[in-house]
Design a binder for this molecule. Structure first.
Ligand code: P6P
Length: 340
């Protein structure tokens, strides 16, 4: 029996029915994000055909050389989201400061924080890349421009979080909280619709025995981190091993595999990046919301990612995401350090 065809718009409307006093603005915000994802997907999938590869020669706030597709994705999202009256401001990895809503448009009550195209260094070698987004409700009085206070909120206050992975197919995964589940939609480019393909995703636990980390940094890790990976490898008397190592180097792709198969993704602190590399507001916090809503855990190595109150728009954090049993194990090894 073929399952019924459910578009993301239909799914959002059905979910909205759970909130009788819903204004519909939140749903409209999600529609607009799905539209932006379709446009970015089209360009990403044509990138090899159109001369938009290569680098603009500019660098972003992270000091990273900006790929043309980064710039395109950033502009698509801002233009799709700035005029409908849902948002009071936006925050992007590609932009140092808060992105205000232009005066000519109505100010809304939501905040959108996003990484327009994460893993962009992989664009030229056709490795999957992704968009990550987080939605908060403003905390300052309605009507005025969004402020830092509206943006620097802990992850547990997120209203919704999601990502788009531009891979062998384009998938949009989002959640509005554990009670509503995590759902995945696959883009059918022939009709331009995201169709429900992964209803109520639950991260497997017991997990697939897969760990995901850049092992080139082993020498820069804490002793506890080294012993944890030794445990996965089954070396230095740390355990039976039996794990596989999978590391794509594209956060959304590594997380998407972990969400569907189980396992653990790690970007630990090291002597070069003592605060970790990945960003709290538009990378760690949204993926943590999704991971926990699917029954997993998300930690910085000692505390829940969703409890972090960022001090700056581009704050970084160590990140351990995946099956709860493996994140618990990671925290135990990091707590014990060099002790057996
Ligand atoms: P490393 C890509 O540049 C990125 O921001 C994430 O997508 C990815 O998880 C990480 O950096 C990879 O970093 O240090 O392993 O190259």
């Amino acid at each position: 029996m073929r399952s019924k065809v459910v578009t993301i718009d239909r799914h959002i409307i059905d979910q909205e029915r759970n909130y009788p006093d819903a204004s519909g603005r939140f749903s409209a915000l999600l529609y607009d994000l799905a539209l932006a994802a379709k446009i970015i997907s089209r360009e990403v999938n044509m990138a090899g055909l159109i001369d938009i590869l290569g680098q603009t020669g500019e660098t972003n706030v992270q000091g990273e050389r900006v790929q043309k597709l980064d710039v395109f994705a950033q502009e698509v999202i801002v233009k799709a989201m700035d005029h409908a009256g849902h948002l009071c401001c936006m925050v992007s990895e590609e932009h140092g400061e808060i992105i205000p809503i232009p005066d000519r448009f109505d100010i809304g009550n939501y905040v959108l924080l996003f990484d327009p195209l994460d893993g962009s260094s992989n664009i030229n070698v056709n490795v999957s890349i992704g968009t990550i987004f987080s939605i908060h409700h403003r905390v300052t009085p309605k009507g005025g421009a969004g402020t830092l206070e509206d943006c620097l909120q802990p992850g547990y206050r997120q209203l919704a979080a999601g990502y788009v992975v531009y891979g062998s197919s384009t998938m949009l995964v989002y959640t509005t909280g554990a009670e509503r589940g995590v759902h995945g939609f696959t883009l059918d480019p022939s009709i331009g619709e995201f169709l429900l393909s992964h209803r109520d995703i639950r991260i497997p636990d017991p997990p697939a025995k897969v760990y995901s980390v850049n092992e080139a940094y082993y020498a820069r890790w804490s002793r506890g981190q080294q012993r944890l990976v030794d445990h996965f490898r089954g070396v230095n008397g740390e355990g039976q091993g039996g794990f596989k190592s999978r590391y794509i180097g594209s956060l959304v792709s590594d997380f998407h595999r972990t969400l569907l198969q189980g396992g653990i993704f790690m970007y630990p602190p090291d002597t070069k990046s003592p605060g970790g590399k990945l960003r709290v507001l538009y990378e760690a916090a949204p993926l943590a919301m999704i991971c926990e809503a699917a029954g997993g855990r998300a930690s910085d190595g000692s505390r829940n990612i969703l409890d972090i109150v960022p001090e700056g728009l581009h704050d970084r954090t160590p990140l351990f995401l995946g099956s709860a049993s493996l994140v618990d194990l990671a925290e135990e090894y990091l707590r014990n350090g060099s002790e057996g």
